[in-house]
Design a protein around this ligand. Sequence first.
Ligand code: GDP
Length: 458
Amino acid sequence: METDTIVAISTPIGEGAISIVRLSGPEAIKIADSLFTGKSLYDVASHTIHYGKIVDTETNEIADEVMVSVMRAPKTFTREDVVEINCHGGLVAVNRILELTLANGARLADPGEFTKRAFLNGRIDLSQAEAVMDLIRAKTDKAMNVALGQMDGRLSRLIQKYRQELLETIAHVEVNIDYPEYDDVEEMSHELMREKTKEVHDHIEELLRVAKQGKILREGLSTAIIGRPNVGKSSLLNALVQENKAIVTDVPGTTRDVIEEYVNVRGVPLKLVDTAGIRETEDLVEKIGVERSRKVLQEADLILFVLNYNEPLTEDDKQLFEAITGLQYIVIINKTDLKQQLDLDEVNMLAEGRTLITTSLIEDKGIEELETAIANTFFAGEIESGDMTYVSNARHIQLLKQAKQALEDATTSLEMGMPLDIVQIDVTRTWEFLGEIVGDTASDALIDQLFSQFCLGK
Ligand code: GDP
């Protein structure tokens, strides 16, 4: 248990109806009580909320009218005494209350420190703590369901089950080796080991297969908008975002920076990237944009390629078609309100059977069709329901891959007829990799790093 009491503003900074200052630690009640006029917070029942005022003890000035929740250990998020002071929204009141708690013995919490305490005090494991962070960052319902399931310990239970199986196998083999009752004990142990490693290997493989979708749900489908200058890329981005964050202009090549936006298209989160377009250029500033564009293309899950209905296909267009050959893309033929100059047969030939959508962004036409096409591309693939997704966190995916590799190494050793104590090394490594997911075998440095990614006050 930690000995100091931490405090943070747990609601987003800015205007709102209420803000919450949260205290956790052995002195949480004492500190709150010293500032609170109303009932004695020492006497109230746990998990109750009380009306009163927060008063500056030095000046006797009233800081704010508040509702204070008192939650005594151990049935709290951190397993410590927790007090939440609900005050008026806005910056002034909440900051004053924060300062008063600091002046009275609390310490400002590090990012994620409340959740870290919950982890250190054994209330949740590491993957559950990470789920708290995923939940905060979830951009769609689907992503949120995955995080909720993980927070609930769904992944942890599965991982612990596999670890237990590996541990039992290791123990079993040890016993067989130490107390050989039969002559063929070596062979039996090999058989058992092969069976168990295969079983766990297959489970991990399945988790990883579905995890790919979880990653998309969590991080968004990385979507690049490409096309020559002035075809309507920014307009498309704006139409999808329905805000005017990217600059729309008549001067070719003015969208120089790569801008990122998130949109939710029928439950599919798109991470939209508007690029300067790919073409040869002498302009240095533009060149930075172009180089980055090429990189974006390779990393994109989906490409929206915009053409101008009002112009014949140019060399640049053809080069772009070449650049995206084999990638996942949708062709958007924009400016259909203007006179047709584009040879659609030619486009169809270059587009390798990909979906073609016609739009007039200036007249708000075709966006619905485009959204349908995007959603179809996403759902028509192997995307499964959120219930199947246990893993969506990059760190977990990496560790699962390492665990899978270690099991494959074990299988190879088994097939080569290596002695079991050599095979054991790989099985033990697998057990450790899986342990890192839930935090059993995670180092302090890793734990510090993970929690530092949290928002303040969580
Ligand atoms: P970008 O350079 O590819 O990002 O293109 P922009 O989105 O900046 O658009 C370039 C110009 O084309 C702007 O003046 C837009 O208003 C205009 N534009 C975009 N979409 C349409 C459209 O569907 N029809 C017409 N007539 N003009 C459009």
